[in-house]
Design a protein around this ligand. Structure first.
Ligand SMILES: C[S@@+](CC[C@H](N)C(=O)[O-])C[C@H]1O[C@@H](n2cnc3c(N)ncnc32)[C@H](O)[C@@H]1O
Length: 272
């Protein structure tokens, strides 16, 4: 039995946890507190699956790009403690108003997740809660500059170049590793982008930052990206554009799953 979850394997054939590396999710879960108002949020099934598989009740889930709080809602529903960070104060206020009173705590911090001072604050919160580390980290960063999330200059979506974005993202990974328990898991949810007539493999570039920081890659999950274009009735125009050009339309994103094993090579980004 794995030590990192509390799945009841007596009925293992019917358990609601996915174990394949291809996630075709036909519909966004809109139940409970999820209303999908935030442009750039992820679908609740992603954090739900990760939380069920890689944490136990009463453990701490951490999200350094909390946005509208999708991970927080799932953590609360599944009886996990939660800590989230976002650069935008109004989103943190929204998240604070959204969580209810349960036996588990949900803490939200306004800050720059690439800044180690923000994580001093997180370490203090953990200490006050009589915890030392978090047991699962879920990172859903801006996809570089595809969606500009705010005017804040520390917002990763405002990085002027891809290299600057990757450097900042790497810093978020380093900070997260600091508060993650050994032998526990960190997931990155990210897609690629298309710029100046070129496919930019942003997903693999972000994956590479995690590898450079010493994390062990356990899985690459490909998930489908249905919905948005269909919702906006833009499927046909995208297909027409593709047929008149030489590229394929993005239909997938990645979930990279890492384990914090022996981090001897952490902080080596600049040397690689
Ligand atoms: C892709 S969204 C996350 C959405 C979230 N998973 C949800 O379901 O609502 C990325 C978030 O990262 C935040 N962000 C950007 N740069 C940041 C930084 N340096 N530190 C903390 N948060 C940041 C943005 O404000 C945005 O809300």
């Amino acid at each position: 039995m794995p030590f990192f979850n509390d799945l009841d394997l007596k009925d293992w054939k019917n358990i609601e946890v996915w174990t394949d590396s291809l996630w075709i999710i036909p519909q966004r879960d809109k139940t409970g507190k999820h209303n999908g108002f935030y442009h750039g949020n992820f679908i609740p099934q992603i954090p739900r699956q990760l939380i069920l598989r890689y944490s136990k009740k009463g453990e701490v889930v951490f999200d350094p790009f909390v946005g509208s709080g999708t991970t927080a809602i799932e953590a609360e529903a599944l009886g996990r403690h939660f800590i989230g960070i976002d650069i935008q104060p109004e989103l943190i206020l929204h998240c604070k108003n959204m969580v209810g009173k349960t036996d588990c705590f949900s803490e939200f911090v306004v800050g720059d997740s690439a800044d180690s001072d923000t994580f001093d604050n997180i370490a203090e919160i953990l200490l006050k809660k009589r915890k030392t580390k978090v047991q699962l980290a879920i990172l859903h960063p801006p996809y570089a500059d595809i969606i500009k999330f705010s005017e804040h200059k520390k917002d990763l979506s405002n990085c002027k170049t891809l290299d600057m974005f990757l450097e900042k993202f790497s810093q978020v990974i380093v900070n997260t590793i600091r508060i993650l328990d050994k032998n526990r898991y960190l997931a990155i949810v990210i897609g690629d982008k298309y710029t100046n007539g070129q496919w930019v493999p942003l997903g693999f570039q972000c994956m590479n930052e995690a590898l450079k920081n010493g994390l062990t890659l356990k899985s690459i999950i490909v998930k489908n990206m249905e919905g948005n274009r269909a919702k906006q009735n833009k499927e046909a125009i995208w297909r027409y554009r593709a047929l008149t050009s030489d590229y394929y339309i993005f239909k997938h994103e990645y979930i990279f799953l890492f384990k914090k094993t022996d981090i001897r090579n952490a902080n080596q980004r600049s040397k690689i």
